[in-house]
Design a protein around this ligand. Sequence first.
Ligand code: SF4
Length: 454
Amino acid sequence: MMGPRQVAQGALFYEFSIEDYVPKDHPLRAIDRFVDLSDVRPLLAPYYSEGGRPSIDPELMIRMLLLGYCQGIRSERRLCEEVHLNLAYRWFCKLDLIDPVPDHSTFSKNRYGRFRDSGIFRHLFEKVLQRCIDEGLVGGEGFGVDASLIPANANQTRGIDGKEGLPPELTSQAIDEYLATLDDAAFGAATKVVPKYISPVDPGARWTGADGGAAYFAYSTNYMVDLDNAVIVDVEPTVPIRPAETLAARRMIDRIHNKFGLFPKKLVGDTGYGSAEMLGWLVEERGIEPHIPVWDKSKRTDGTFSREDFAYDKAADQYTCPSGNTLQRYRRNFTNPRLPKVSKDGTVKYRAAKQNCSQCALKTKCCPNQPARAVTRSVHEEARDVARAIRDTDAYMTSFIQRRKVEMLFAHLKRYIGVSTMRLRGPKGATEQFQLAATAQNLRKLAKMVPQPV
Ligand code: SF4
């Protein structure tokens, strides 16, 4: 039998509770346990004027932003629509059924204005990290570091010739931020090489072909990850250039130490972090074991002897060549010993005696085109030797497998958090976006790993 026609009839009064409606096992309930925004208002108070119309509650906007990142909703317009329609989202944002949802343009105004300069997103990230530490998810023994390219929010086919630079008549907030970071080694001062193109809408992004395919404008998001449970312990934006990324790694290690007292015994990373300077900093200055492949270009491919064919004698500070002669820094005996002459790339040269090489039977296999052989040694060679020795251990194999945890976080960042391209522009926009994304990833981790009380 066909039932009666169902037609919605508006009731005069409703008795409805969003709290009751959202299921007890809804994923947002698990996340909400760890969102504490009680100190957001006093932190942001200096960025609001004394008079004028009351603003939208900043706590509500930050809840909405966190929701967007946790649920992978990239568009602010769509986020507003979803919060308007979805009861679970309303519940998470602490809105009742009839409470108004902020307009998407309000987000832009706050994000490009008061939120950006307040440091509120770093504060949030650190607060969630502290919760991860309190819940015992951070071991602090071993950290992994890596960077991932995120294409900029810019027309990838429209760039200004890097040698010409930006036209002076162009102005925007992204350009101001770009100019403010020109001397920062993580951005403008990362390299002296002039980029092939500069984006007129986001000049802070760098033209890069680091992926091996077609070049594009991009930022790098750098993660420092605790390897126990893959909790992100720090995040930093840079241009996608290795010196900037290694600098970010150092900044993150020091910041985590200063703020949370965490200091890793080992750092796991790929070859990009295996420069002599970085290994020297880790081993000699911080005493951290580098589980990192050594960046080594000393191997010769033309059949002549490589540096590894020369034996180094630390006590005498000299090399011995395959025919038994010595290579020294100075071939004269100075009355006052001289400091080693260090080249710009941080290496010292050891030379063989010309008379030895000219009579040597191995000359064609050693230095066929030079009168005498010379080998270079990094001032951080001992730190490089430490990294080489670690590479032959079982612990290194474990670290090699653990490195995938960091790569997996980047895969999640792009697939589930939705940060596969930038939405905001400028170095500060990149900072905000990466910090929010890392906060969302840690919140999801907490929700997953800390069981809900029954
Ligand atoms: S060429 Fe010179 S450095 Fe090379 S093996 Fe002979 S003596 Fe040694």
